[in-house]
Design a protein around this ligand. Structure first.
Ligand code: FES
Length: 350
């Protein structure tokens, strides 16, 4: 430590004593300047000003409530479900977003500004000095802290100022409503859409993209056909359904099939979901020699002779098998839907 380094000493509370350094102009003591004189607010000394502040706070909370109502009215009254021209659609969109923005701004600003104004003008305005101490207070300090919290709650004046209390309760009760209304726009609940496809017993297997039914007798050993379900073009959500229902049909030597695959096969013909169980890419690369199906995205590899078990890669589940048979004319049809969900794993599937 150099000769000029101040050495704090404490000879009395609130004073710092510095070592005297001969030959320099440093004072021996720095006096504690203390707190600047407290200036009382208007509302502390003038009851009229307090009343005025109270009305201002209530007005801000009322603005918040009005903003919430405006948001809800704008959301429900400006409709987009009737036929309209592009320009009219643009005009309604602009009106809707403008009113929603103004309403939400009023709702949130009114609530925040009201709370700040309340705290700055009406809540107790004391300055307290607290000396530093150990992190954990003594039991007495802790009791004091609880007392201060209770005192603060009492001093906030909620009990004494019913106008503020009621307007705050009203604004707080209304402000979550737009969030509830907006949640509706995230679309309908998925229901069991993620777990089911349109495949069911009796649906013909149609080749993709030709859309022609597939005769079992036309498939030679090693043949691979991309399949979609009969009636796919008529469903409203055509693309979503196709993304779930796509299937690969492969003809194998029946002797190669493992016992698990046999009940869902027809004379060595097997049908498996084409949607990779890793992240949903189409599994479309078939190696005829090894009977492996390969996903091009991350190289998950499935063994067709073993019920499409994963033999390599990040996928965790077999490709689901679509049980098939033939109809009276010899065309391939589904025996039932899939017995498990197709596509990537998610939290409910493990
Ligand atoms: Fe098929 Fe990743 S999506 S391996």
């Amino acid at each position: 430590m150099s000769a000029n380094t101040p050495v704090p000493q404490h000879d009395s509370p609130g004073r710092e004593v510095l070592s005297a350094d001969r030959g320099t102009a440093l004072p021996v003591r720095f006096e504690n300047p203390g707190l600047v004189p407290h200036r009382h607010r208007m509302a502390d000394v003038d009851p009229k000003a307090a009343k005025r502040a109270e009305r201002q706070v209530a007005t801000l909370f009322a603005i918040s409530a009005l903003g919430t109502l405006l948001t809800l009215v704008a959301y429900f009254s400006i409709k987009f479900d009737t036929p309209m021209s592009f320009m009219e659609h643009m005009a309604r969109t602009r009106l809707s977003t403008t009113l929603l923005g103004i309403g939400l701004t009023m709702a949130l600003f009114g609530l925040g500004a009201g709370a700040v104004h309340w705290a700055k003008t009406l809540m107790p305005d004391e300055e307290r000095v607290e000396d530093r101490h150990l992190q954990r207070g003594s039991d007495a300090d802790r009791r004091d802290a609880v007392g201060i919290l209770k005192e603060g709650a009492a001093e906030s004046g909620l009990g004494r100022r019913p106008l503020i209390r009621n307007s705050l309760i009203g604004a707080l009760a209304l402000v979550p409503l737009p969030a509830l209304a907006f949640l509706r726009d995230t679309g309908p609940m998925p229901g069991n859409n993620l777990s089911t496809t349109m495949w069911k017993a009796g649906l013909k297997l149609l080749s993709d993209p030709q859309g022609a039914p597939v005769k079992a007798a036309d498939l030679r050993l090693g043949s691979v056909v991309h399949i979609v379900p009969e009636g796919l073009n008529e469903v409203p959500d055509y693309l979503e359904e196709k993304a779930k229902s796509a299937v690969l049909v492969i003809r194998l030597d029946p002797a190669l099939l493992d016992p698990v695959s046999v009940p869902g096969s027809y004379e060595g013909i097997v049908a498996y979901s084409k949607i990779c169980t890793h992240m949903g890419c189409p599994v479309a690369l078939y190696e005829q020699q090894t009977h492996h199906l390969l996903c091009p995205c991350h190289q998950s590899t499935f063994d067709v002779t073993q019920n499409c078990k994963v033999i390599f890669g990040p996928a965790k589940r077999n490709l689901p098998q679509l049980p098939i048979t033939v109809d009276a004319d010899g065309y391939l049809v589904a025996k039932s839907g899939f017995h498990e969900a197709v596509g990537p794993s998610f939290w409910e599937r493990g």
